[in-house]
Design a binder for this molecule. Sequence first.
Ligand code: G
Ligand code: MN
Length: 279
Amino acid sequence: MIETPTPVPFDAGPPDFDLEAVIAQDQLVLRYQPIVDLHDDSLFAVEALLRWMHPTHGELLPAAFLGQIRSDRDHRELDLWVLNRAMQEVAILPPAFGSVALSINVGAEHLGAPNSIADLVAAIARSDFDPRRLIVELTESSALRDTAAAVSRIDELKRAGVRFAIDDFGTGCATLDYLARLPADFLKIDRSFIAAFREEKRAAIVEAVLMLARRFDIAVVVEGIEREEQLDFARSRRARYAQGFFLGRPLPLAALFARAETPARHRRDVRLGRPSRHR
Ligand code: G
Ligand code: MN
């Protein structure tokens, strides 16, 4: 008798994640989402976003499997996989895109793991990828509370030439103190704020964060732009960078760059092919 696989119903919980197996079976992929420079609407960076292509459940978001990773070793291995894969993929883009930065997400909770940052720095050094093109995004978490330790790890990255972004700012364990203490190059305002920008108080928070960031010389990325009016809001408040489905969904890198060849009048999104005068 032939047994047909029974698809696990999703409410039975996410499927089991075994890092070694999914890497061996080539089930991890990266999608890339544009980060746009609002000075000239050029493509500033692409953020690499991890997806698990599950044989029966299809494309799964990190939320469905990251929580299952238990050991520091696996966290570190996954971070390294993402970094190495992203550097390889971005490195083969046409020379016209040579100035586009690459942003990757690293869980701040494993900043504390021994050698975690040293391993990333070593991987960058082994590649011929220009570290100045790299941005490491750290989500605020309790680990960042030990700011002295976090600052020394972040300094390690910065000494290697890598820039650093505070991700999802304004939610989680957010404290304004981070802005004063962490040597951030970028601050990404969590999308919940732009989603509710019509509420006067949310708009005021975005404005205040922009003002503080300007004082601290930290560039702001407004995340979660899903509609034109949100983009207009970000522009009117003079945010430097923006990201969100309205500007571009996460796509395979080749698909994202193929759009650069599509005439702008056929697209609602940014003119990805346009080189920037500012870099
Ligand atoms: O935490 P971080 O900002 O790295 O999360 C990135 C995630 O946010 C990705 O999975 C991406 O698909 C999602 N995302 C990106 N842009 C938007 C958007 O405009 N709206 C929503 N709802 N999600 C977005
Ligand atoms: Mn991010």
